[in-house]
Ligand binder design. Structure first.
Ligand code: FAD
Ligand code: UDP
Length: 392
């Protein structure tokens, strides 16, 4: 590993991970004249956003789970649309509860259908307000927040079982921040997201990441693990793999949820929408994805469709880590790993895994811009960058 002090000249910078975080950092540095080597242990670039056409049906698959690009960040939108043709897409999610299908996020239609009513927006606000608990104080758990937000009946039906399946623990042990990702609407608007820009790349996310990496200053090695590289040969390393893995889990393992995907080819159309959540706890999977609906511009061309049932489980040592759990124990351990990261000269930790954070793609790209700026400032001054740790 390169030591602290002056930035060595004429060397190359290693980037571990070819997801959005690694690709964007590599691109920004390459554009300023640095030589970048990007490695990924997978056989493709794009990280968890990887898309590929199913060879059997031709349907574009979201290989590691459904990915919709949504952002309010104009610079991030400008950057991504320079690297792909972003097609208009409006994400709607349906939820199965018992024998009924409802619209998510919880909106006026959901409330009226669930309670068998025909309330106006103001009446619904009052109705939910009467049910919502006002008791708990900060810090709120997921369950406290849900009870304050939507009351016990909707919480029980839409959130309790799904959340237990998704996270493997009682919602009373989870942070409220997970629930804060979802809006509650007293209108019939069933757009899952509330951001200004929303879309899906026409040619898929992997093609977008290939475009980001397509620069004469960038070399990409697939099926290459960081553990096989001597970091001392590089002027600096940007590591977007799991933080605890970098340190060979010497302080213990951070908690992650992994996912299992069960694919099936079926006559098209099958469920008639991209994502159907299954909120009941006795249904073992969390959701079913019908991939062709992520590309509505081509959906009517397929005679056969691919659906994927998604199961969530605790990540074991050989599983792909998808969601950082971030319970109290994890946060304490994270603090100790962050302290180690701060003492590790020559390495910058970034991305969803390197920061052990629940980041959407647009936030991962924004943070990658920040990391690149931080590194460029240091390289311009010919010094080793100070450890860069985002608030976690
Ligand atoms: P990753 O994509 O995880 O890339 C890290 C890469 O590093 C991987 O390719 C891995 O193989 C490689 N790597 C790790 N360790 C090593 C090593 N030691 N050696 C070599 N290579 C290594 N975001 C949205 O905005 N919208 C969505 O709809 C959305 N849906 C999602 C659904 C699911 C199921 C999941 C899990 C995430 C979703 N996200 C979504 C988040 C999105 O996937 C992330 O924001 C994005 O993948 C972050 O990119 P990254 O480069 O930080 O990490
Ligand atoms: N959630 C739920 N029921 C649903 C959808 C979401 O309980 O039908 C909860 C669940 O805990 C999930 C969180 O709300 O992790 C945030 O939902 P989001 O759709 O943002 O999750 P993602 O799959 O994008 O991580």
């Amino acid at each position: 590993m390169a030591g602290a002090g002056r930035m060595p000249q004429g060397k190359t910078i290693l980037v571990v991970g070819a997801g959005f975080s690694g690709a964007v950092i590599a691109r920004k540095l390459a554009e300023r004249g640095h030589r970048m080597v990007v490695i990924d242990e997978r056989g493709h670039v794009g990280g968890n956003c990887h898309t590929a056409r199913d060879p059997d049906t031709g349907v574009m698959m979201h290989v590691y789970g459904p990915h919709i690009f949504h952002t309010d960040d104009a610079q991030v939108w400008e950057f991504i649309t320079r690297h792909c043709e972003m097609m208009p897409y409006r994400h709607q999610v349906k939820a199965r509860v018992g024998a009924q299908v409802y619209a998510l996020p919880v909106n006026l239609h959901t409330i009226n259908q669930f309670f068998g009513l025909a309330l106006s927006p103001a009446e619904a606000r009052h109705f939910i307000g009467m049910r919502a608990s006002t008791a708990p104080q900060e810090p709120l758990s997921f369950e406290d927040q849900a009870l304050r937000f939507i009351g016990p009946e909707l919480y029980q039906a839409f959130f309790k079982g799904y959340t237990r399946k998704q996270w493997g623990v009682a919602p009373a042990r989870l942070p409220a921040a997970i629930l804060n990702r979802l809006p509650l609407r007293y209108t019939y608007d069933d757009n899952y997201f509330f951001h200004r820009h929303q879309g899906i790349p026409r040619a898929g996310y992997t093609a977008a990441v290939c475009s980001i990496l397509d620069h004469p200053g960038i070399t990409v090695h697939k099926q290459a693990r960081a553990e096989e590289f001597d970091l001392a040969e590089y002027a600096h390393t940007v590591y977007t793999g799991p933080l605890d893995r970098f340190f060979r889990h010497r302080l213990g393992r951070l908690g992650y949820r992994t996912l299992q995907f069960e694919h099936e080819v079926v006559p098209a159309p099958c469920q008639g929408t991209a994502v159907m959540n299954y909120c009941d706890e006795n249904v073992p999977f969390t959701r079913i994805t019908e991939h062709m609906y992520f590309a509505p511009w081509e959906a009517d061309r397929f005679a056969r469709s691919v659906i994927t049932r998604e199961y969530s489980a605790t990540a074991g040592p050989d599983d792909i880590p998808y969601y950082p759990v971030r319970l109290l124990d994890d946060k304490a351990l994270l603090g100790r790993y962050v302290a180690l990261a701060r003492q590790t000269a020559g390495v910058t930790f970034a991305g969803r895994l390197g920061n052990y954070a629940y980041l959407d793609m647009d936030v991962a790209i924004r943070r990658a811009f920040d990391v690149a700026d931080h590194l460029l400032d240091a390289f311009t001054d010919h010094r080793q960058p100070a450890p860069f740790v985002h608030p976690m």
